[in-house]
Ligand binder design. Structure first.
Ligand code: ADP
Ligand code: MG
Length: 563
C-alpha cells in the first residue's frame, strides 16, 4: 500500500508551528517527553499482558534505547512497549486530545512577549510535538503488540504527515529525529553527543522504572566494540529516603506524572508501615490545568503495587475536590490484578484515602502560616475546587473552612479567612455576614449592603458559582452562624438602639400604612409583602427574599440550567 497523506488538525498545526520556530528555550525537554511516552507504553504493555494472557507479546526484555548517529545526525528513541495500530497513529499523533487546547492557543496568540508564551507552553506541555524543537523531520515506526503489521509515520511538521503500512516492524515504537542542521555547530544543542544525552537522561528521567540504554562510552577492556549500558538508576523516588532525593528529582517525577512542564508548588511524602504498608508522594501543582472544570477531567494520583505501575486517574484514592493533586501511591499488599471495582470496596483503600486527604489538607493549613505566598497561589488556582469539598466532605468540613479564603468589604484587594473575620467581629456581632453575587462591584453597590456599611459591619463577598451552593449546606463556623445579608430579617442594632428604633418604627408604620397597602395591591402577584425597611440608608427600596428562599443568583443559576 502506498503512503497516505493526512493533514494535521488545526490546533496541532498551530502548535507544531510554534515548536518548529522554537519559542521554548529549553529544548532538552524533547527527550524527556519521548522517554516518558516510551515508559507509558511499557507500563501499558505489562498491564495488558497481565489482564489478557492470549496477547501475543514479547515481554522478555522490556526497555528503552537511545541511539545517536553522528554521521547522519539522527537520534532514535526506541521502546518495545505496547506500540500503536494504524488508526491509533492517526488519532493520537495527528490530533491533540487535550480539551483545553483551544483556550490555550487563544491565550498563546494573545501573549505579547516570549516570556509569557514560554510560560504558557510550560503549563500546557506539548508532548510528542516537542520533537520538532530539535528535528526538521520525524519518523515514527510502530507495531502494536499482538498485531502483525506495523505503521510508519513521517512528517516535517509543516501541515501534513504521511502514514504507510510496513510488514516487518519490531514490536513497540521507535521515533527517529533528523536533527536540525542549524544546530549542528552549537554545543548546547549537540544531541548526538553521548555525554550530552546521558546528562539529559540523568537529569529528567533517572527515576523511570524501565532501563534506558545507550551505547557504552568506554570501550571494553579487550578493545572490542563497545556494548550498551543502562543510564538511569530506576529507583522509585518514593521508596528512597528524603535526604537522598533532591528537589529537582521530585520535580522531574512530578512532570512525568502530570505532563506539566513547570515545577510543583509543594511535595508531600507519606509512609505507612504495619498491616497495610504503602508509600505516597503527592504534589500540589503551581497552576491549574486548562481543563480542570471540564467533564472527564482526570484525577492525578497513580496507583503502583510494589513498584509496578497499575493505573492512573485512581478515583479511589482522591475525592473529586482534590482532583488537582498529582502523585504516586505505592501499596505493598495489593494484587497486581487489582481492579477499580475492587479498590472502590476495599476497606484498607478507604482508610488510606482518608489519610491522604487529611495529609493534603493539613499541608495546605501549614502553608498558610509557614508560606503564605505559596498558600496564596494555591488558593488562587484551586480555591474554587477545594470549596467543592464543603458540599460533601463532612469529615473535613472544619479544616476546609479553616483553609478557605474570601474577599471581604474589609479589604479592597486581599482575602480574609473566616478565622480572622471572627477575630475582627464587632462587640455584640453574633453572625458572619456574607453576600453572594457575580462580582465585587455589583455587591458593593447593592442596596443590601447599605445598612452594613453604615454600621461598619464586615461582609464577605462570595463570587464563585460554588459559593452559592456550599453556603446552603454549611450553617456555621466556630459557633458563629453564617448569615446572608440578602436574606430574611437582619438585626444590626444594639438593645439600646432597638428601643428607639422600635418607637420610631411604630410611628412610621402608622404614617405609611396607607401607602403600604396601596403598594401591596399594585404589585400583586410579584411580591409576597411590602414592608418598611430598616436596612436602607440611601436607596428608596430593595427586594428581599425570605430566609428559606433561594438567593437571586441561585435563582439565575437554576434558570440557566433550565429548572
Ligand atoms: P501525552 O503523552 O500527554 O498523552 P503525547 O503527545 O506525548 O501526549 O503523546 C500522545 C499519545 O501518543 C500518547 O498518549 C500515546 O497514546 C501515543 N504515544 C506516543 N508515544 C508512544 C509510544 N512510544 N508508544 C505508544 N504510544 C505512544
Ligand atoms: Mg507524552
Amino acid at each position: 500500500m502506498p503512503a497516505e497523506t493526512f493533514e494535521f488538525q488545526v490546533e496541532a498545526r498551530q502548535l507544531l508551528q510554534m515548536m518548529i520556530h522554537s519559542i521554548y528555550s529549553n529544548k532538552d525537554v524533547f527527550l524527556r517527553e519521548l522517554i516518558s511516552n516510551s515508559s507509558d507504553a511499557l507500563d501499558k504493555l505489562r498491564l495488558e499482558t497481565l489482564r489478557d494472557d492470549t496477547l501475543q507479546a514479547d515481554t522478555s526484555d522490556l526497555h528503552i534505547a537511545v541511539e545517536a548517529d553522528i554521521e547522519t545526525r539522527t537520534l532514535t528513541i526506541r521502546d518495545n512497549g505496547i506500540g500503536m495500530s494504524h488508526d491509533e497513529v492517526v488519532q493520537l499523533i495527528g490530533t491533540i486530545a487535550n480539551s483545553g487546547t483551544a483556550k490555550f492557543l487563544k491565550e498563546l496568540k494573545e501573549a505579547q512577549d516570549s516570556a509569557t508564551s514560554e510560560e504558557l507552553i510550560g503549563q500546557f506541555g506539548v508532548g510528542f510535538y516537542a520533537s520538532f524543537m530539535v528535528a526538521d523531520e520525524v519518523t515514527l515506526l510502530t507495531r502494536r503488540a499482538g498485531e502483525s503489521h506495523g505503521t510508519r509515520w513521517n512528517s516535517s511538521g509543516e501541515g501534513t504527515y504521511t502514514v504507510e503500512s510496513v510488514d516487518d516492524a519490531p514490536q513497540g515504537t521507535s521515533v527517529t529525529l533528523r536533527l536540525k542542521p542549524e544546530d549542528a555547530e552549537d554545543q548546547l544543542f549537540d544531541y548526538t553527543s553521548p555525554w550530552k544525552l546521558r546528562e539529559i537522561v540523568k537529569r529528567y528521567s533517572d527515576f523511570i522504572t524501565w532501563p534506558i540504554r545507550m551505547a557504552a562510552t568506554t570501550a571494553d577492556e579487550d578493545g572490542a566494540e563497545p556494548g550498551t549500558e543502562t543510564v538511569n538508576s530506576m529507583k522509585a523516588l518514593w521508596a528512597r529516603s528524603r535526604s537522598s532525593v533532591t528537589d529537582e528529582e521530585y520535580s522531574e517525577l512530578y512532570k512525568h506524572i502530570s505532563h506539566d512542564w513547570t515545577d510543583p508548588l509543594e511535595t508531600i511524602r507519606m509512609q505507612a508501615e504495619g498491616t497495610f504498608e504503602y508509600q505516597a508522594l503527592l504534589f500540589l501543582p503551581s497552576h491549574a490545568p486548562q481543563d480542570l472544570f471540564m467533564q472527564g477531567h482526570k484525577r492525578g494520583v497513580q496507583l503502583y503495587v510494589k513498584r509496578v505501575f497499575i493505573m492512573d486517574d485512581c478515583e479511589a484514592l482522591m475525592p473529586t475536590y482534590l482532583r488537582f493533586v498529582k502523585g504516586v501511591v505505592d501499596a505493598q499488599d495489593l494484587s497486581l490484578n487489582v481492579s477499580r471495582e475492587i479498590l472502590q470496596q476495599d476497606r484498607q483503600i478507604e482508610l488510606m484515602r482518608r489519610r491522604l486527604v487529611k495529609k493534603v489538607l493539613s499541608t495546605v493549613k501549614d502553608m498558610m502560616s509557614a508560606a503564605p505566598e505559596k498558600y496564596g497561589t494555591l488558593w488562587k488556582e484551586f480555591g474554587r475546587v477545594l470549596k467543592e469539598g464543603l458540599l460533601d466532605d463532612f469529615e473535613n468540613r472544619d479544616t476546609l473552612l479553616e483553609i478557605s479564603s474570601f474577599a471581604s468589604t474589609q479589604d479592597e484587594e486581599g482575602l480574609t479567612t473566616l478565622r480572622s473575620y471572627v477575630e475582627r467581629m464587632k462587640e455584640g456581632q453574633e453572625q458572619i455576614y456574607f453576600m453572594t453575587g457575580e462580582s465585587r462591584a455589583a455587591m458593593e453597590s447593592s442596596p443590601h449592603m447599605e445598612a452594613f456599611r453604615a454600621k461598619g459591619f464586615e461582609v464577605l463577598l462570595l463570587t464563585d458559582p460554588v459559593d452559592e451552593v456550599w453556603v446552603q449546606s454549611v450553617p456555621e463556623f466556630d459557633g458563629k452562624q453564617l448569615q446572608s445579608i440578602a436574606k430574611g430579617e437582619v438585626d444590626l442594632d444594639t438593645a439600646e438602639e432597638k428601643k428607639e428604633v422600635e418607637a420610631e418604627r411604630e410611628k412610621q408604620q402608622q404614617d405609611y400604612a396607607g401607602l403600604l397597602t396601596w403598594m401591596t395591591e399594585q404589585l400583586g402577584e410579584s411580591v409576597k409583602e411590602v414592608r418598611l425597611s430598616s436596612r436602607l440608608t440611601v436607596s428608596p427600596a430593595c427586594i428581599v427574599s425570605d430566609t428559606h428562599d433561594v438567593t437571586p443568583a441561585l435563582e439565575n443559576m437554576y434558570r440557566a440550567m433550565g429548572q
